[in-house]
Design a protein around this ligand. Structure first.
Ligand code: SF4
Length: 149
């Protein structure tokens, strides 16, 4: 399939997850499943450029709203990435504890954790796109930086 179509589908998945997930959080697990599928098929390095739902949404939609200014230098170094990874892991752990997922697994609780992580990171990614560059978030994204290694 043409990469452009894949990216539109991926962007649509992101929008659907963000809206529907507010009422039905387990839908956020679709994004996790998609990532698992891409990793299993050995396309890890293509995740950010072609498959990531948020990355596709940033490219297909936010690009048209972004001033497309260069990403500030302080956002591209290793230090900021380590900070971002630390904050991400702390948030992930606290959500696992807060939802009770650690003691009592359920797909609903797992979905709540996944959706909250998507929501919180989107609350950073989308304003960054409007302020600076549609892909500014990607320079500090903990997941993308791990996958691109
Ligand atoms: S850096 Fe993060 S948000 Fe950006 S495309 Fe990669 S995984 Fe998605």
């Amino acid at each position: 399939m043409d990469t452009k179509y894949i990216r539109w589908i991926s962007a649509l998945i992101y929008a659907t997850v963000m809206v529907v997930g507010w009422w039905y959080p387990p839908v956020a697990l679709v994004a996790f499943a998609l990532m698992g599928l891409v990793l299993l098929t050995g396309k890890r390095k293509k995740w950010c450029g072609s498959y990531c739902p948020r990355g596709s949404f940033l490219d297909m939609v936010m690009k048209h709203l972004s001033p497309k200014k260069p990403v500030p230098k302080w956002m591209t170094g290793k230090r900021i990435w380590y900070i971002s990874l630390g904050v991400f892991l702390a948030m992930f752990t606290s959500q696992i504890l807060l939802t009770g997922l650690w003691n009592d697994f359920s797909w609903w609780r797992f979905g709540v954790v996944a959706y909250r992580m998507c929501l919180i990171t989107s609350l950073v990614a989308l304003p960054l796109a409007l302020w600076r560059n549609h892909r500014a978030w990607c320079s500090v994204c903990p997941v993308g930086n791990l996958l691109r290694r």
